[in-house]
Design a protein around this ligand. Structure first.
Ligand SMILES: [Fe+2]
Ligand SMILES: [Fe+2]
Length: 169
């Protein structure tokens, strides 16, 4: 096996955290769907799918390392929110917590001189910078929109159709 039992146990726990994020974002998407805010619902469904991909990356890493992935129990997500701001704030807190979890895994890998895990985890370190910054941006936009969440819907709709890179001339 390429990585220690301790590292496998820590990654198995993170698989649970990533699936936890998956169900939490599905619950938030459902909340927005129920509030007739389709762009916010779409955005959070998309976030949920990314979290599922994160979980699967960890599952495949454990398999590649020659160990058995053991998926822990996933706690029930929060389904009810007092406002859009409340739901997005919870998401930002979640992303900040996950960043700490990834840093903890990186610390363990460094302590164990486990370069295999460090190299794998580097992708997540970069991903979390993106996740925290985009969620922070969304929270600020929701706060600016105040009562009129249709501004947020419009922002997300435009963001969804904008090309990712400038077109070549
Ligand atoms: Fe994630
Ligand atoms: Fe995330």
């Amino acid at each position: 096996m390429l990585i220690s039992d301790k590292m496998v146990a820590a990654i198995n726990k993170q698989i649970g955290n990533e699936f936890g994020a998956f169900v939490q974002y599905v619950a938030i998407a459902a909340y927005f769907g129920n509030e007739s805010l389709p762009e916010l619902a779409r955005h959070f469904n998309q976030q949920a799918m990314e979290e599922r991909e994160h979980a699967m990356k960890f599952v495949n890493f454990v398999l590649d390392a020659g160990a058995l992935p053991e998926i822990p129990a996933i706690p029930a997500p929060q389904s009810k929110f007092s406002s859009a701001e409340d739901a997005v704030k919870l998401s930002l807190n979640w992303e900040e917590t996950v960043t700490k979890q990834i840093n903890g895994l990186m610390d363990l890998a460094a302590k164990e001189n486990d370069h295999t895990s460090q190299s794998f985890l580097q992708w997540f370190v970069n991903e979390q910078l993106e996740e925290v910054s985009s969620m922070d941006m969304l929270l600020k936009i929701v706060r600016r929109a105040g009562e009129n969440l249709l501004f947020v819907e419009d922002y997300l709709a435009r963001k969804g159709t904008r090309p990712q890179a400038p077109a070549a001339e």
